[in-house]
Design a protein around this ligand. Structure first.
Ligand code: MN
Length: 237
């Protein structure tokens, strides 16, 4: 095939304990999957009954990944960049209308990730009923640490998830607090789109989201997964 210019390089996430990389196809995120975070964002989290999960996407080329400490340049057009630590699940199989059981079998592995958010732009979009894309899907808006193959992952539905900034704990929760479990999230998403190998899904953030500043260094983790370290560099003038 003759292209009019060189196609973009493929986007991939390293596999922990291996020389292999996981090729990324699409990136999906689930909103408000921890009740306490939904409340801190002003949503009316229901004590009884679960609101169906809702989803949004980030461009594949917004992904920052690799081995060792990672770097994100403070993004354009915001004065309120927020951290959201999330567990990422990567799919090695797909399909539509997956059962929860089939969803579990589609998982390649898990990683620690960040759903970086321009909270000011997101809030303005919410207020006007506009799409969230520019609040959520900007350049370098998703960070993903090395993927741990599923056979080496601890339980998907329990374990500490946390983020610290400059040595201070900012976010802390437990995967058990998810409104929709990892396999339920995958199953529900497959009711909306046909999932495929290479898809990444960010599974929601616990309470404690807050601002990042140029120069910040954050560390984030999920029990049993490789830790993530990210430096926020100032944007060159
Ligand atoms: Mn999020």
């Amino acid at each position: 095939m003759e292209f009019v210019f060189t196609p973009p390089a493929s986007v991939a996430v390293p596999v922990a304990g291996s020389t292999q990389y996981f090729p990324v196809r699409r990136i999906f995120c689930v909103g408000r999957n921890y009740a306490e975070h939904a409340r801190e964002m002003g949503a009316d989290a229901q004590a009884d009954g679960r609101e169906p999960p809702f989803f949004f996407s980030k461009p594949v080329d917004a992904l920052v990944s690799g081995l060792g400490p990672l770097v994100v340049v403070y993004p354009l057009a915001t004065t309120n960049l927020h951290h959201e630590v999330e567990m990422v699940v990567a799919l090695a199989a797909g399909g539509e209308r997956l059962t929860v059981d089939a969803a579990g079998k589609a998982i390649f592995g898990c990683a620690v990730g960040l759903d970086l958010t321009r909270r000011d732009l997101q809030a303005a979009a919410k207020a006007k009923g506009h799409p969230w894309d520019m609040g959520k899907g900007f350049d370098q808006s998703v960070v993903c640490g090395p993927l741990q193959p599923i056979a080496q992952c601890a339980a998907l539905d329990q374990g500490r998830i946390w983020l610290s900034l400059g040595g201070q704990l900012r976010q802390q929760g437990d995967l058990a607090q998810m409104t929709w479990s990892v396999t339920e999230v995958i199953s529900q998403l497959s009711m909306l789109v046909a999932l495929a190998p290479g898809d990444l899904i960010l599974t929601g953030t616990p309470a404690g989201v807050g601002p990042l500043l140029p120069g910040d260094v954050l560390t984030a983790g999920v029990a049993g997964l490789p830790e993530l370290q990210v430096e926020i560099q100032p944007r060159p003038l």
